[in-house]
Design a protein. Structure first.
Length: 491
């Protein structure tokens, strides 16, 4: 079979972890991204970083650069015709691969460098020292290379229900109730899942934490593993307190040959898809399923001519246990199979929007090393809101890079409306909840999603410590409760 010269190829990957103990030797995110790009060029067998058509940076939170891609280009002596910057979201790295692959296939670009990096740990150390870093900025304006999505309606903002650590526990309690597990049974279930992830991280040279934890260590609150938002202890939350970067080099097969990249370095993106759930959590039909993952995941496999059983290695987004369970359930994967190649965001590290670039780099390396011939990556942003999928293989595709964005089908799926607090006053049924804890381990605020008799959703909360403790000990999903006209749960 003759390979189309426009076939997109992933030729180089780089990952870098900074473990600076002080501030004098701690470098900024751009410096880490430059290192990752150089490593990606070495990984491709190149003696220097190739001239790209575009450098595209995943949106970062550690520092406001203005145009980090231009600073990277300057540091590397490159002259791309485009410097790009993404919107926010953990789905972004895979979304950028999907977009670049389509542009390469269509002849719009020949080579693109994708990169992202964070130094959240270093920034925290600066704050603790009472100072600010003197890092650079660039006043040029980058091109926006991914679409943004508003994910909070005003009612959610007004009620201060906007943080992932508040919302993912609601998915978890809904999953627990649907599975019919007791609280103790479910804590055991998710701590065993997370223990398996930590054992993968322990063998990953690029993981932030390389300690393998027992299920008991993960589910048991302790001085260094306090309860954050029940049912999640600290070890069950994404660890964003890291200094990490990653980079990918994608180009056409024709360009890879011209550069002299050895064929055993080539990994082929076969297909990609992007989609999102109903954008506002208040409008989701249920908290225990994710139809956009199911539909977009099925499409990316169909486009590659594969089924889920044909996939050798998988990396599912893993900010919280609920995300992995929802992803596995929607994709038809066994929850006891290996669902991470890195160790996941709590252990390998969760550098905000850029975790999935590390996942793609790891999947590509393992495919090259013969762990399998096909890989699937699921990227997630928001509150299991924004999704991106990619199928990768050591085998060349028999067709052009395939892509789908089946959003119109998802938008047509059932949704709920949100009742204003005054309308929701009276009886309601709890469908999901989370109990936020203070730093001393005491329930501070309980947030409940409730369903009314007419099917509308209503938010409720309480700062009653006794009620919060009861929600941690007894199942409240399915319980009939009463709300007042302000949306407060009545004792």
């Amino acid at each position: 079979m003759t390979l189309d010269p426009r076939t997109p190829v992933l030729v180089g990957t780089g990952q870098f972890v900074q473990r600076a103990e002080g501030l004098d030797d701690a470098r900024d995110p751009v410096a880490l991204m430059v290192d990752a790009i150089r490593l990606a060029a070495q990984d491709a067998g190149l003696s220097s970083v190739p001239q790209p058509d575009s450098i595209r940076v995943v949106s970062l939170l550690s520092w406001k650069y203005g145009n980090p891609a231009q600073l990277i280009a300057d540091d590397l002596g490159l002259s791309p015709r485009e410097t790009g910057y993404s919107a926010m979201g953990g789905n972004t790295p895979q979304t950028l691969v999907n977009a670049a692959s389509r542009q390469i296939q269509n002849g719009e670009i020949d080579l693109v460098i994708l990169t992202g990096g964070e130094t959240t740990r270093t920034r925290a150390r600066y704050r603790k020292a009472g100072s600010e870093p003197n890092w650079r900025t660039h006043d040029s304006v980058p091109v926006l290379v991914s679409e943004d999505l508003q994910m909070n309606m005003q009612e959610e903002i007004d009620r201060k229900i906007v943080m992932p650590i508040q919302i993912y526990p609601m998915f978890e309690t809904a999953l627990r109730a649907q599975a019919g597990r007791s609280i103790d049974e479910h804590q055991k279930h998710i701590s065993e899942l997370w223990s398996r992830f930590s054992h993968v991280a322990a063998k990953n040279p690029y993981a932030w934490s390389q300690k393998a934890y027992t299920p008991e260590e993960i589910r048991t609150p302790s001085a260094n593993n306090r309860m954050i938002g029940f049912p999640y202890t600290k070890f069950m939350n994404s660890n964003n307190d890291v200094d990490m970067s990653a980079a990918l080099i994608l180009c056409s097969a024709e360009k890879a040959e011209a550069l002299g990249v050895p064929r055993d370095r080539w990994i082929f993106p076969h297909s990609g898809s992007d989609a999102h759930e109903h954008a506002f959590v208040s409008h989701r039909n249920h908290f225990y399923d994710t139809p956009a993952i199911e539909l977009a995941g099925r499409r990316v496999l169909e486009l590659a001519g594969l089924s889920i059983n044909d996939i050798d290695i998988v990396d599912l987004y893993s900010c919280f246990p609920a995300a992995v369970q929802l992803g596995a359930k929607s994709l038809g994967l066994d929850i006891n199979s290996q669902l991470t190649r890195t160790g996941g965001l709590p252990f390998a590290g969760g550098p905000w929007n850029n975790y999935v670039m590390h996942a793609i780099a790891t999947v590509a390396s393992e495919l090259r090393n013969g762990v399998g011939t096909t890989g699937l990556v699921w990227a997630n942003g928001g509150y299991t809101t924004k999704h991106a999928f990619g199928v990768y293989s050591t085998r060349p595709p028999t067709h052009d890079f395939q892509y789908d964005y089946p959003q119109s089908q998802i938008d047509a799926l059932p949704s709920r409306t949100l009742a204003p607090p005054a309308d929701a006053a009276g009886e309601a049924t709890v469908e999901a909840y989370s109990v936020m804890h203070d730093r001393d381990g005491n329930p501070e605020r309980s947030i409940l999603s409730c369903l009314l008799a007419d099917g509308r959703r209503a938010w409720a909360d309480t700062t009653d410590v006794a009620l919060g403790r009861d929600m941690c000990a007894n199942e409240w999903v399915g319980t009939k409760v009463r709300l007042d006209a302000s949306g407060t749960l009545l004792a």
